[in-house]
Design a protein around this ligand. Structure first.
Ligand code: IMP
Length: 179
């Protein structure tokens, strides 16, 4: 285990198994659909990479990069698009792949943007869900693990851009924040 990690919340083995399960369910649900899996950079990378290996139907991959700035008040959920999709999603069945859903604000905005682009359907698969943090009405369609309202890193999730490369999801030691 990395020296800065207090405890492992989701092991590498559990993530691998979950990607197999989610891949099978998604392959079944999207038979005969025009599936586009959209990753939100950068946190999605390990998850989307492992997940799509277990989706057995034809699909296309695309990526968006967005920054959230909640404007100091809890109610604003503005999102700036740093990198938009490469291809049109009009008429497509979009599945957004996220590392974690917390307040849900980022995802809600992205879903609104995609619906304006004319997607046929828009669903969400997330590796982790922190339902206690939710401030908007959003329930992911496919969830890997429900976790408590703790700040986690690893498997794509960062603290100050570090720890994304850890193969598991863990909780950071307090002294790392107070260094
Ligand atoms: P939301 O709009 O609050 O749902 O924001 C979700 C985004 O916040 C995720 O895509 C992550 O980038 C980030 N985030 C939320 N919780 C955590 C965490 O525990 N660790 C690292 N990043 C997190």
């Amino acid at each position: 285990m990395h020296q800065d990690i207090k405890k492992i919340l989701v092991t590498q083995e559990a993530i691998e198994q979950k990607c197999i399960e989610l891949g099978a369910i998604i392959s079944h649900d999207y038979q005969d659909k025009d599936l586009v899996v959209i990753g939100l950079l950068k946190g999605c990378i390990p998850f989307i990479s492992d997940l799509v290996k277990h989706i057995s139907i034809p699909l296309r991959l695309d990526y968006m990069s967005v920054s959230s700035y909640h404007g100091g008040t809890a109610s604003t959920g503005n999102v700036r698009v740093n990198k938009d999709l490469d291809a049109s999603v009009t008429g497509c069945d979009v599945l957004i792949a996220e590392d974690i859903v917390d307040t849900g604000k980022t995802l809600k905005k992205v879903m609104e943007m995609l619906s304006v682009k004319g997607a046929n359907s828009i669903k969400v698969v997330t590796l982790l869900d922190k339902p206690e943090g939710r401030v908007v009405d959003l329930i992911p369609d496919y969830t890997g693990f429900i976790i408590p309202k703790e700040f986690v890193v690893g498997y794509g999730l960062d603290y100050d851009e570090y720890y994304r490369n850890l193969p598991y999801v863990g909780v950071l030691k307090e002294e790392v924040y107070t260094k």
